[in-house]
Structures are given as C-alpha cells and as structure tokens.
Design a protein around this ligand. Structure first.
Ligand code: AGP
Length: 607
C-alpha cells in the first residue's frame, strides 16, 4: 500500500506534491520521491526514509517544475532504498505505482533479454520500460500506457510523466485506489482524498480498468475498452484527518475493514491456485524437505498467529511444530539444530525479543524464515527467507489486519511444506489455495454484521472480566480475542482452550462474566456445544460465534454471531473479526485511546 500524487497546472508542482505526500504517509513511509518536468526535461529526486528527508532534499536542490508526480512507498518488492524509491525512470518516462505486478519475474526476464537494464529491485520499474518501448514504436502516450498495461497481471494505481508530453499526466487504475481532483486551470490525481483537500473538494473516483489523460484544462477518462466515459463527480466534506482515516473514527476501525483487501494482496503476491503451488522466495524446496520440525518464535498477537500456524502445518505437512514466546525461547538454550526450521513472525520486524530469538536459532544452525509486514526491517534482513504480508502500514497499535495476513502466510507455508514433503498432492493444494483465495469475500460478509456486534458491546461495555473459549485453530483466536479486549479497553480478559474449563476456569463462571465461545461447525464442534452447556448450567452468559444456519447454537447460547460456512483452516480468518470489532466498540464506548492505548507501543524494541 503506497501513496501517489500528481499535479498538472500553472503552479510549481513540487510544494503541491510534498504537501500531498504528507497527507498520504499513513499509506507508506519507508522511502519517497518526486519527478517534475522543466524545460522539456525530467528532474527526479528520491530518497529512503521518512518524507522529511525528501522535503529537505527538494529544498536543498531548489527543485521546481510542472507537471509533477510523487510517491511515498510501502515496500512490497525490494527493500527500502534510494534506488527502489519511486518515481522510476527510463528513456524519458517517469512512473509512480501502487500495487503488485504478479508476473514481474517473467516480464523482467523478457525485457532484460531484450537489452533493458534495471536499476532497482522493484516490480514497479517495469512500467517505465514497457511504456518507453511502446512510445519508441510511435504510439501516443495514452495508447502506450494501455499497451503496456496489457502485458501486466496484477494490481496498479499508476501515474506516468513523459518528457515529450510536457503538459499532461496519464494515469491508470486496477484494484488499487485512484482519485482525480478537479481544479480551475489545474487538475490533480492521488491515491486517496487527503492529498487533494487543500486544493479541491471536487473529486472523481476512477474505476477498475480506467485510464485518464490529465491536462490543465480538463481530464479525459477512458474505460477498460478504450471508450471515453464520464465518471461521477463528487463533493467531499471531510476534514483532512477524517480523510486519512477514510471516514473511520479510528485507524484501528479502518484497518479492521481493510482486512479483506490485505488478505487478497498477500495471497495474490504468492499463491498460484491454478498451479497448486506457491512462490515463497528464498524458501528452497530442498531446505523444506530436509527439516523434521518447525519452531515458531513470536510475541503477542504474532504468537497467536503462530499457534494457528501450528494447526495448519501439523495437519497439512505432518511436521511437528513447537510455538514459543520469543522472550522465553531466547533464554532457554533451546534444543534446535539444522533440521529445525525456525519461523520468526513479526508485524514490525523490529521486536527485540523476536530478533534475539532468531539470532539464537541461527547460532544453533537452524534454517530460518520470517513472516513480516515491513520490507527490509531487522528480522527479514537476518532470516534466510521471508514471506512478506501485504497489509500495508498498520497504524493502530492493536494488530488486526497484520494478524489475519500472518494467518494467510502461515496457511500458504503449510501448503508449501505439504507439497515439498509429499503429504499434499497438487489437487489438494489447489483446493486449499482456492479456499484461501475465497476468504476475503467471506470476511466482507462477516464485517457487514458490525451492527450486531455493536449491540453486544453496548450490553457488555461495563464488564470487569471476560472469558474467551476455543478449540483447535480456534483456541488461538480465543487468546487473540482476549488480548484485543484487554489491550484497548483495559478490561481483564482471558482466552482458554475450552477443554481446560473443567480444570479451573469454570470456577469463574457467574452471571456477571460474559463468555465468548467459538463454536463453528467442524472438528471440536460437539465438544464446544458441551462447553457452552457447562457455562450456561452455572449461570454464565454465553456469546457464541457459530456457523451461518446453525440453529442449535442460537438455541443454547444467550447471544450468537455467525460466520459463513468454510473449511476449518479458513474459519480463523473469519471468527477473529467479530472479536476484533467487539474489543474496538467496547473500547470506543469506554472512551479509551483506541489507536494508542496506554502503556503500549506499536513495536517493542526494548527488553
Ligand atoms: C498486538 O495487538 C500487540 N500490539 C502486540 O502483542 C504485538 O503483536 C507484539 O508486540 C508483537 O509485535 P510484532 O508482531 O511487531 O513483532
């Protein structure tokens, strides 16, 4: 998830680009750059790090020119660096891109064989080369962009400058957002509304397949078939801060609702359903075949993801998995060696306990892998291989979209291990990947139940304690639901393996204690019904998370929320959603600082 902006008009584009990028930093902030046209020549400045580094650079270089394009990056391919920062340039063409080119390896090989030299590790740079090639064959800019796009599989919000077209920007959209801003004698384009509000409130959202030719005096929009179309103009009345949150009250709420897109992006970059296989760069199949155990090291929510991963890997790859709190693993002189694949899970990639545990595993000869959301952060830099999640920046301290994308990554790793070890045939792998690819639609359906969750949050907003129960892959979801509630609403909550109830927690049951029971149909369902009955028999209140259409759950629980029927390893991606929303709304009703809860940091880089 990156942010891009473009400007065509009489002003010096540079200040327009910089101030717009500031409004888009929530979309990515590991590197940034701008390109402007001046006297028929492209002038490009880019640099790694926060936007303030670029701001200082354009000031020291006294950059000016128009039109211009700018970009703030959240790396997906190629670590944060000056060379990987956008805009990318080739033969007078400058581009900025937000999205993923799925067939980037094949395209890069084809163009390299044709003599193209690439200066970055990114997939995005391909657009500059593809468009320049088309222009060299005499196509006009709009046709050249369209022809280049026809070679690409993936997602894009793209803006293109060409030094021989000094008064226009051509943009294109597919799956990644792009919005036009209409001015008087000037026009704008950006990834999101916040970048436009200081200039105009008249916006036009482009649709998938659209391509637009932006000039000072107007914008021409073409649909996927190349026909000129008119897209609806809208008037925006948001404040800039509201706009950064996309109209959501908190970043956490926005990020909860970004999960379907985040999962789709994470899968898209890795899974080939058709081939029943996965592209997990750096995880060599021979290495995967050679291990006889997996150890997962992580903290907090990432640890809960690891517990789910244990279920996936042990079932699909028949490999024993030990999941360890990184803070414990690192001090226990762990019994691991070259036959133990150690997987470090970390949203930030900077958690000190997890980094130290990874180093401990490496010192004992383990092959290591990371599952991480921040390209080029410390943990991926030190692991042998990395599966990057594509959740985009997660601003809320409480992790939501990074958790579910970690589950998707672990699911794909389990399939990859199963294929490498021969416990999964191609047909089964294809079936599993197809089920995972269907998850985003089912997640959207669950999120549409928010009103029912709000009712429950209102009912239980003053509780002092809460219990969460689950079995199998839903036990970690119970733990995660409890962590969400306690870390943002400050309500004490515990997650428990439901089978453990009779070994102690059942003493807690009383009418004042709400008990969430995750009882979707599948393995452990009947036992969960028994646990619900146990709680109800002792006067406890049960809020069940069940499978749509399951009447039994509604009969025995005090309240029930439902998720669509799905395979057991997709279910955790769905059942965690009502628990995230419950925690969010209880916290909001209690007036806590939802995005920055007391005592917490987004990344714990201390012991
Ligand atoms: C998650 O809601 C918490 N903020 C916290 O438990 C977090 O998951 C933990 O600190 C690990 O962070 P990491 O994933 O960045 O390593």
């Amino acid at each position: 998830m990156c942010g891009l902006i473009g400007y065509v008009g009489a002003q010096n584009a540079v200040p327009v680009l910089i101030s717009g990028l500031k409004r888009l930093e929530y979309r990515g902030y590991d590197s940034a750059g701008v390109a402007v046209l001046k006297d028929g020549a492209l002038d490009v400045l880019r640099c790694q790090g926060k936007l303030k580094n670029l701001e200082a650079l354009v000031t020291s270089e006294a950059l000016d020119g128009s039109p211009g394009i700018g970009h703030t990056r959240w790396a997906t391919h190629g670590r944060p660096s000056d060379a990987n920062a956008h805009p990318h340039v080739h033969d007078g063409v400058a581009i900025v891109h937000n999205g993923i080119i799925e067939n980037h390896l094949a395209l890069k090989a084809e163009l390299s064989a044709a003599g193209h030299a690439f200066r970055s590790e990114t997939d995005s740079e391909l657009f500059a080369h593809l468009i320049a090639d088309q222009l060299a064959q005499g196509l006009d800019l709009v046709s050249a962009v369209r022809a280049a796009l026809s070679r690409v599989q993936g997602t894009y919000a793209l803006a293109v400058l060409w030094d021989k077209a000094p008064d226009r920007i051509v943009v294109a959209k597919s799956a990644s957002p792009l919005v036009l801003g209409r001015g008087s004698g000037e026009n704008f384009v950006a990834s999101d509304i916040p970048a436009l509000l200081e200039h105009t409130r008249d916006v036009v959202f482009l649709e998938d397949g659209d391509l637009a030719d932006i000039r000072r005096d107007g914008v021409t929009v073409f649909d996927a078939q190349g026909s000129e179309v008119t897209r609806e103009a809208r008037r925006v009345d948001w404040t800039p801060m509201m706009a950064e949150k996309g109209g959501h009250k908190h970043f956490m709420h926005k990020e909860i609702f970004e999960q379907p897109r985040a999962i789709a992006d994470t899968i898209r970059s890795r899974a080939s359903v058709e081939a029943g296989d996965l592209y997990l760069d750096g995880l060599d199949t021979d290495v995967l075949r050679g291990v006889d155990k997996v150890t997962v090291i992580a903290c907090g929510t990432s640890y809960h993801a690891g517990l789910c991963g244990k279920c996936f890997i042990e079932t699909l790859a028949r490999l024993p998995v030990e999941v360890d709190l990184a803070s414990e693993f690192r001090y226990r002189d762990p019994i691991v060696d070259a036959r133990v694949l150690t997987v470090a899970i970390s949203q930030s990639g900077e958690t000190l306990d997890t980094l130290a545990a990874l180093r401990e595993a490496k010192s004992k000869g383990c092959p290591t892998a990371a599952i991480c959301n921040v390209v080029g952060s410390a943990i991926p830099r030190e692991a042998n291989a990395t599966i990057y999640t594509h959740a985009g920046p997660e601003i809320g301290v409480a992790s939501t979209k990074c958790f579910t994308t970690q589950l998707a990554a672990l699911y794909m790793l389990a399939v990859k291990l199963g294929r490498a070890r021969g416990t999964l045939d191609e047909a089964k792998a294809r079936e599993l990947l197809s089920a995972l690819r269907g998850a985003p639609k089912l997640m959207e359906k669950v999120l549409r139940q928010e009103k029912s969750v709000v009712k429950l949050a209102r009912r239980y907003q003053q509780v002092g304690d809460c219990l969460f129960l689950g079995r199998g892959p839903q036990y970690p979801i119970a733990l995660e639901g409890a962590l969400k509630l306690k870390e943002i609403s400050y309500v004490h909550a515990e997650g428990y393996a439901a089978g453990e109830m009779k070994h102690g927690p059942i003493a807690l049951i009383d009418p004042s204690l709400p008990v969430f029971a995750i009882a979707t149909q599948g393995p452990g369902y009947d036992k969960m019904l028994g646990n619900i009955e146990e709680v109800r028999a002792r006067g406890g209140q049960v809020i069940a998370i069940g499978t749509e259409g399951d009447k039994r759950i509604g009969e025995i629980a005090d309240h029930a929320l439902y998720v669509p029927d799905c395979p057991p390893f997709v279910a955790p991606l769905l059942t965690v959603l009502p628990l995230q929303l419950f925690a969010y709304h209880v916290a909001d009703l209690r007036g806590t600082d939802v995005d920055q809860p007391r005592n917490l940091a987004k990344s714990v880089t201390v012991e």
